[in-house]
Design a protein around this ligand. Sequence first.
Ligand SMILES: [Zn+2]
Ligand SMILES: [Zn+2]
Length: 322
Amino acid sequence: MSFHEIIDTINEALKLPFKNFIDPSKRVHFLYLATTILLALYVFIQTKTHKNFFKFLFHKKVWFGKSAKIDYKIIFFNSFVKVLLIGPFLILSLYIAYYVNEFLLHKFGYDAVKLSVTETLIYYTITLTILNDFFSFFIHYLMHKIPFLWEFHKIHHSATSLNPFTQYRLHPIELLINNAKNIIIVGFVTGLFDFMSNHQIEKVTFYGVNVLSFIFLSWGANLRHSHVKLTYFNFLEYILISPFQHQIHHSQNPEHFDKNMGSKLAIWDWMFGTLVRSKSVKRKIKFGIGLGDDKNYDTFWKNLHMPFTNLFRKVIYSKDKK
Ligand SMILES: [Zn+2]
Ligand SMILES: [Zn+2]
């Protein structure tokens, strides 16, 4: 890498977090932040727990407390991971799509299925949303159930206060796993629909953000990581995860461990028996890993190295026991 390339990489990585504000496929796009404030105002009026809306929403601890500062540092660190380790591999999605399409053409021939552009748009959007959501849930489920993966996922749970940027508080290893999942799913589904629509898919994927994610992002997705308790109707919480249901997922209370692991849809949690609805939580919840473990993750560096340190300790300990 030349000196110029190093400067360009640093430049790109430092700009990346700010680009999220103008990227409509990102949750913190300014438009979604605006709808978030309106929904928070609705919750504020409904609950009447505070006198001043501004103080309620922009609580200093939530935005500038120790936990929030760790979120921001992780975001900048992960920008380098994205530019250096993820960016160059995004193209793999196109290769997967290409080979899936080729394979299906070989197997079934041309014109086996012929979807129109509108049909492709509808079915592609629905299939991609549901499959992506299921695998997001399933990987999240594994991260909670497999001790090795839990060490890395703990970093998302070590946040003791939540703000919309906490969604990006992920250990680089988890970031790599999530991106690998996206590359594979998008590749397969795009290849499948490219085959079924006679290459109409380019017209459909052009816009980047689809109508379903637009609805999800503008309807309070940012409140999932916040102290604003937006709940849905009880019946709806069986189908869609409300912001408060995700806050329950971050609860320190052992009763709530490994619950509500869904991303958009609640049906997976319902099926796997891990669903908790807002109605059943009466007491105030505290965020964090719980069991006295949070103090081990109260700096940026601890969050970065603790998974490796803990895994190393486990290996040594298991050797000692033999
Ligand atoms: Zn989790
Ligand atoms: Zn979360």
